[in-house]
Design a protein around this ligand. Structure first.
Ligand code: GLP
Length: 242
């Protein structure tokens, strides 16, 4: 695990965007594993800038996302499908037919999980971007999710519902369930870029990078990934032992 500590959020976003751009430059048909949440927004903004300036093209790139809320239609502004269009897909030249996200409105959620698992299994992911839950979750794999889990439906932890309520107009509307890529599938990506910013992530960053590998902190499994880079700003790194 390589840890890069940067001064601020802008630098974090630039560092991550440059790494993703390198992946796409070396393989224009790359598959990117993408994350939602507020942390990767700056990275997506810079990727959109690179594309606008014709420095980068997503024309032949595919994308697979980590997760989606159960019960939200892709047209719902709070859905992760909508988020991805707003923050990235509508701003770059990607073919939207090549972008994938679990369907939170599927009539049979178990079938949807199997379909998504198969898609992941059939795709080589060049890089997976991750954010970090304040409780150490990755995707929506909450504490105590088995490390060998595949795509599944999850009951969200109260702390996650609370953390994510800031993104909803009314805290009551935060869905209680989500479909998430499993930890085993996250680990299948050739490369992982984990982003964490702010003091509220400091404890989880310490646990993820310097604690024991244990499923009470799902992100700690990244210590065992052969090519994982953690990019953190000073605040998120503030509890790390030198
Ligand atoms: C959500 C997402 C995660 C994300 C986390 C952190 O729970 N499912 O993939 O990493 O939030 O979000 P933020 O970046 O807003 O702190």
């Amino acid at each position: 695990m390589k840890i890069i500590v940067v001064d601020n959020y802008e630098e974090l976003s630039r560092t991550a965007a440059e790494m993703v751009a390198e992946v796409v430059e070396s393989n224009p048909c790359a598959t990117l594993g993408l994350a939602t949440g507020s942390t990767p927004i700056g990275c997506y903004e810079m990727l959109a800038e690179f594309c606008k300036d014709k420095k980068l093209s997503f024309k032949n790139v595919s994308a697979v996302n980590l997760d989606e809320y159960v019960g939200l239609d892709k047209k719902n502004e709070q859905s992760y499908a909508y988020f991805m269009r707003r923050e990235l897909f509508d701003r770059v030249d990607i073919d939207k037919n090549n972008t994938h996200i679990p369907n939170g409105k599927a009539s049979n959620l178990l079938d949807e999980c199997s379909r998504y698992s198969k898609l992941l299994n059939d795709t080589d992911r060049d890089v997976q971007i991750l954010g970090l839950g304040s409780n150490g979750h990755i995707g929506f794999n909450e504490p105590n999710t088995p490390f060998d889990s595949l795509t599944h439906v999850v009951d969200l932890a109260e702390s996650t519902i609370r953390d994510n309520s800031r993104l909803f107009y009314d805290g009551e509307q935060v869905p209680r369930q989500a479909i998430t890529m499993g930890i085993a599938e996250i680990m299948q990506a050739k490369r992982v870029i984990m982003l964490a910013s702010g003091l509220n992530k400091a404890q989880a960053v310490k646990r993820m990078t310097q604690g024991e590998v244990s499923n009470d902190c799902p992100a700690s499994i990244l210590q065992r990934h052969p090519d994982c880079t953690v990019i953190v700003d000073k605040d998120a790194a503030s509890l790390l032992k030198k």
